[in-house]
Design a protein around this ligand. Structure first.
Ligand SMILES: Cc1cc2nc3c(=O)[nH]c(=O)nc-3n(C[C@H](O)[C@H](O)[C@H](O)COP(=O)(O)OP(=O)(O)OC[C@H]3O[C@@H](n4cnc5c(N)ncnc54)[C@H](O)[C@@H]3O)c2cc1C
Ligand code: FES
Length: 285
């Protein structure tokens, strides 16, 4: 069987959707930090999404995603009862979980989705989790209630000041570090620019920092090379050796440049979607 039905769907914010998908074998093996690669139809592109939660008893996984282009918009248009054609996973290495005492967990925008299961598991290891989540404005903040359940404290930042500290996420991290003993470990997930800025800050305090990288991925098996990143001067394939890496060793310029490689094609596909094209039989090349 390779059809995976959507069993629940919620809108968490403008263009941010949460879907629960029936996938018992996947739910049975999923761990915090792992992801799936999905394809909506036989001619669709394959996109990676983090497993934001899983329920082994129900046999379901939860995906939270931002509609940024063709496939995420197409995914967002699915309704309960619709199916995802292919779902491969769990992929990637699970996040490193250990006891550190106090851990700083930082999630920017939809980065709070992959952060959530990792932060929760770190709390489960006996750590006190200090959470920092941020977004453009309060409407885009996700998983606040869930994170509040185990973060002590949960610091919130918004660019426009509509909730919590006004300013970029680094402002929340900076304020915490100025007023407290630096934690031994930090996990940071979000847009590359934000992860890079947080890593610069944690490097000043010598806090070991894990980041979850989001390079373009195709096969998710370590064979196509699309997801290659440079970490500590070594080429790594994020799909099999990551997605979690030491943030202080990542070549951020290379990651950001490689994310732009298909920008013209992505714009063209997005404009097709906006004109009502739903993704069947397009490619004539
Ligand atoms: C391991 C991993 C986990 C991820 N988890 C999440 C998540 O939980 N929630 C979420 O909203 N997003 C997540 N992403 C990003 C998500 O895969 C992209 O937003 C999605 O692929 C965009 O596809 P699109 O066709 O809608 O947009 P496009 O128009 O194709 O692309 C928009 C932008 O998304 C990025 N992107 C495009 N294709 C890929 C691809 N195959 N792999 C990675 N990035 C791509 C590029 O930066 C591009 O500029 C994750 C990425 C990785 C690598
Ligand atoms: S996605 Fe192909 S090698 Fe990682």
């Amino acid at each position: 069987m390779n059809d995976f039905p959507v069993v629940a769907k919620t809108e968490l914010g403008p263009g941010i959707k949460k879907i629960v998908v029936k996938a018992p074998l996947l739910a049975a093996r999923a761990g915090p930090g792992q992801f799936v690669i999905l394809r909506l139809d036989p001619r669709g592109e394959r996109i990676p999404l983090t497993i934001s939660d899983f329920d082994r008893a129900e046999g379901t996984i939860t995906l939270i995603f931002q509609e940024v282009g063709f496939t995420t918009r197409q995914l967002g248009s699915l309704q309960v009862g619709d199916v995802i054609r292919d779902l491969a996973g769990p992929l990637g290495k699970p996040a490193r979980l250990d006891y550190y005492g106090v851990v700083l967990c930082v999630g920017g925008g939809v980065g709070a989705a992959p952060l959530y299961p990792i932060a929760r598991a770190l709390a489960g290891c006996g750590n006190r989790v200090v959470g920092v989540i941020g977004a453009r404005s309060s409407r885009f903040l996700i998983l606040k209630k869930e994170m509040e359940g185990f973060c002590k404290p949960l610091i919130i930042t918004t660019d426009d000041g509509s909730e919590g500290i006004r300013g970029p996420m680094t402002e929340g991290v900076k304020r915490y570090l100025e007023q407290h003993q630096p934690p031994r470990y930090c996990v940071c997930i979000g847009p590359p620019q934000m992860m890079e800025a947080v890593c610069r800050l944690t490097a000043c305090y010598q806090i070991k920092t894990a980041v979850s990288l989001n390079p373009i991925m195709v096969d998710g098996t370590g064979m196509c090379g699309a997801c290659r990143v440079l970490v500590g001067g070594e080429v790594k394939f994020a799909c099999v050796e990551g997605p979690e890496f030491d943030g202080h060793l990542v070549d951020w310029d290379l990651l950001k440049a490689r994310l732009q490689v298909y920008r013209h094609e992505e714009r063209a596909a997005d404009s097709l979607f906006s004109r009502g094209f739903q993704g069947r039989g397009m490619c004539r090349r």
